[in-house]
Structure formats: structure tokens, C-alpha cells
Design a protein around this ligand. Structure first.
Ligand SMILES: [Zn+2]
Length: 424
């Protein structure tokens, strides 16, 4: 099967297949999509050649062909997405199967995928949206012996050919995902992901490290600069608004891309690991000032997205802990810590300055271990004494400078958002 969505193809999908006789309308739709895939392949091929052999991403390809698609076809705009994914997947697999040689592969099959937003199960029928308000109907084979079990999941994709219909459900297997042998707790910050790793049984710290989020800060800064240029140079308010919202969409896509890469890397580098994150959902209910909460709501989406990517990609269960006070308590003595500057957590009782973000990851880890029935007393543990220096504040670049970029761009509001207020 060449049509696919790499990060989605986890073992959580269940598909039922049945044969069908397509109506004239659906047949025409399939032919149109076949033509569209052919066209998309040509564009993707040209791009690949022009770009030194790098096949474009579906998102890049969509940018190139969507105007063509919208002007040529009257179909719902969403249908352009599977076309792009199919073309990219075909080109990639051709390249892979021919030792990197590139040609435009033939599109022989009449087949197209339809994303979950564009079909709905109504009774015994599948309702497929061709144009907004115009539907094609297909009978579902509910006698399939798996239908009852699978259909408890979310219908996520439909593959239509001129002979078969394949309906895919995403079944949540969370309860079946095992606990990893290790626990990796992440504190997500503006410039970095800070991590503490421990073995789960016989809790012992094994690693502490930070991964840069520099590329995301850069994307944000980049776009905020471009936005300023736009605001200065386009006088017509409607046109400016249009350009701004287009830009916002592109920015979101680029961040999503970067988060995908990072989360894939993290999951690959840490097999047999349960990831522990702060539960950002709970933060909404926290009784902070309205304004502050509202701002945080706007700004947290990259974090939430990152968490859900890791959760989805990991084959072990992911745990979420209460975020309150993860950077206000000393994990060694339990005393309150101060923050003379943003990056420092100072415990007067212990008389040390810790790296705030790394220390927060340790606090998250402790809560994660607790959730797994392995309470962890930091001060009493030998591994802590071994690792302790990794948590000390070394006067590296504080987080402050990066904050404006991250917040501003994510929310398109004015910078100056007291992120630190939202988590202590
Ligand atoms: Zn202390």
C-alpha cells in the first residue's frame, strides 16, 4: 500500500473491507482524484529535481497545487490533502525501490483516500462529502465479523477504489499499552525540553539532559519579523488581514513539522520508555487570574501538540502528572524554592542554586514514579548523589531572552507574557 501517513500508521488502526459497485458520481470522483494525483506527481517530481533530490513534504506540495485544485475541481477543499499525501508517498517509494533513481510513477489504480472529516457513518450508510452540502452514500457491510468491535473506535479514514471500500477505525489501545522499563520525564520550555530519566522498578536516576528547541524559537522569531513587515507595508486592511492569517497558517504548519521531527527522534532514542508530562489540561481550571489564563491557553498549543505526538508514537503508555508547583518545591528537602532569576531555583535550606528547568523535570519524574507505584525519595537515593551536579545552575543562557519569541508568535498577541506565572 503506497498511500499512507507515516506517523499515523501505529498499531492502533483497524480496517474492514468490503466490495462495492461505485455509482457514476463516485466513479467520476475517483477518476478526477486519479488525474489530480497525476498532476501532483508531476509537480512533486519537478520540485524534487529542482531541490537536489529531496522529495517535498505533502504540506509543501499542497502549497504548490492547491490553487490549481480549487480552480479545476468543485470538490470540498479537504480532498486536496490525500492527493498530496498519495503523490509524495508514491514518489518516495519509487525512489526507494529504484536505488534513488527518479521517475514519475504511473497511477494505475483508481483509488483515493478520504479523511475522517469528510465522511460520516449514519445508520447503515457512509455519507461522503463531495462538495459542501453534496453527499454520496455508500452501504456499509455491517455483517463483517469485526465491525462491532472495531466500530467502537473513531472512524478515521476511508479508502475507496472502483471495487472496494476500506473503512479504518482508530481504536484507542491506551489501556493495552504497557509501562516502559524506564520513565522519562520532560519539562517543556521555551528554548529546551529538559529531561530526567530513571529506571522504573528500583527507581534510579540514569540520565538528565536537555534538547534544544532553538529551531522552534527561530520559526517564531522569523514569522514575527515577517508579520511586522507585512503590517508596515500593506495598507489595505482587508488584504493585510488575509495575508496575516495565511502567514499564521504557514507558521503553524512549520512548527508542527518541527515538533513531528523532534517527537519522532525522542521516541526512537528511548525505546521501552514511559514518557511523563505535565497535564496541561488541568491548568485551565487552576484559579489564576482570567487574563493570565487566557494568555496561557493561547500559548500552550505547541506543548500540547508535542505531548500528543509523543503519546501517539510511543509504544508504551504515557503518563500525565499534576503540574502545580513543579518548580516551586525543592525535591531534596521539600522546602520552597525561590527564583532570583527565571532560570534559577534556589533552595535556602540546602544552600544550592539549581537549574530551574532540569529541577522541574526531576519533580515531574518523582510524580510519575508515584503514579506508577514507585515513590522516590530524592535525597535518600544514591543515584541522586551521583547525578546531582547535572541539576546545578551553571549560569548558562537564561530562558528569558527566548520567551518573547515563542509567546508572541504562537498567539499573535503582544509579547510580554509572564509565562513563569502560570506554572509555580
Ligand atoms: Zn532543599
Amino acid at each position: 500500500m503506497v498511500l499512507g501517513h507515516p506517523w499515523r500508521s501505529h498499531g492502533e488502526k483497524r480496517t474492514i473491507v468490503w466490495s462495492h459497485e461505485p455509482s457514476a458520481e463516485i466513479l467520476q470522483f475517483l477518476k478526477d482524484m486519479q488525474d489530480a494525483i497525476r498532476y501532483a506527481l508531476q509537480v512533486a517530481y519537478r520540485n524534487t529535481i529542482g531541490n537536489g533530490g529531496a522529495v517535498p513534504s505533502p504540506i509543501q506540495l499542497r502549497r504548490e497545487i492547491r490553487d490549481w485544485f480549487y480552480s479545476r475541481y468543485n470538490y470540498a477543499r479537504h480532498h486536496v490533502n490525500p492527493v498530496c499525501r498519495a503523490a509524495v508517498a508514491m514518489l518516495r517509494s519509487y525512489k526507494k525501490n529504484h536505488d534513488g533513481e527518479l521517475r514519475i510513477p504511473e497511477v494505475k489504480r483508481l483509488a483515493t483516500r478520504i479523511d475522517g472529516e469528510l465522511f460520516k457513518i449514519i445508520g447503515d450508510q457512509l455519507r461522503v462529502t463531495l462538495q459542501p452540502g453534496n453527499y454520496a452514500w455508500l452501504a456499509i457491510n455491517k455483517r463483517d465479523k469485526h465491525y462491532e468491535a472495531y466500530s467502537t473506535g473513531r472512524p478515521s479514514e476511508l479508502l475507496l477504489t472502483d471495487r472496494n471500500a476500506c473503512l479504518t477505525f482508530t481504536v484507542s489501545e491506551d489501556e493495552y499499552k504497557p509501562l516502559g522499563r524506564r520513565l522519562l520525564a520532560s519539562d517543556l520550555n521555551f528554548r529546551s525540553v529538559d529531561m530526567t530519566v530513571a529506571t522504573r522498578t528500583k527507581a534510579r536516576l540514569t540520565d538528565v539532559r536537555s534538547e534544544s528547541l532553538g529551531m522552534i524559537v527561530q520559526i517564531q522569531n522569523d514569522f514575527s519579523r515577517r508579520r511586522m513587515m507585512l503590517q508596515r507595508h500593506i495598507k489595505n486592511p482587508q488584504k493585510r488581514q488575509k495575508k496575516l492569517s495565511e502567514m499564521k497558517g504557514r507558521q503553524k504548519n512549520r512548527i508542527k513539522d518541527a515538533l513531528h521531527k523532534l517527537s519522532t527522534k525522542m521516541v526512537r532514542e528511548n525505546p521501552d520508555t514511559t514518557f511523563v508530562f505535565e497535564n496541561l489540561r488541568g491548568i485551565r481550571k487552576a484559579g489564576d487570574g482570567k487574563n493570565r489564563r487566557f494568555r496561557f491557553y493561547l500559548n500552550r498549543w505547541p506543548y500540547r501538540m508535542f505531548q500528543s505526538f509523543v503519546d501517539y508514537k510511543s509504544s508504551d503508555i504515557t503518563k500525565y502528572v499534576n503540574p502545580r508547583g513543579t518548580s516551586s518545591e525543592c525535591p531534596v528537602c521539600g522546602g520552597k524554592v525561590e527564583h532570583p532569576t527565571w532560570a534559577v531555583s534556589r533552595c535556602r535550606k540546602c544552600g544550592v542554586d539549581y537549574d530551574r528547568n532540569r529541577l522541574a523535570s526531576l519533580a515531574i519524574l518523582c510524580r510519575g514514579l508515584c503514579l506508577c507505584g514507585q515513590p522516590f525519595a530524592v535525597s535518600a537515593d544514591a543515584s541522586w548523589h551521583h547525578m546531582r551536579s547535572e541539576y546545578l545552575y551553571t549560569g548558562g543562557a537564561p530562558d528569558n531572552a527566548a520567551r518573547a519569541g515563542w509567546t508572541d508568535a504562537a498567539s499573535a498577541s503582544n509579547g510580554d507574557v509572564g509565562y513563569e506565572n502560570t506554572r509555580s
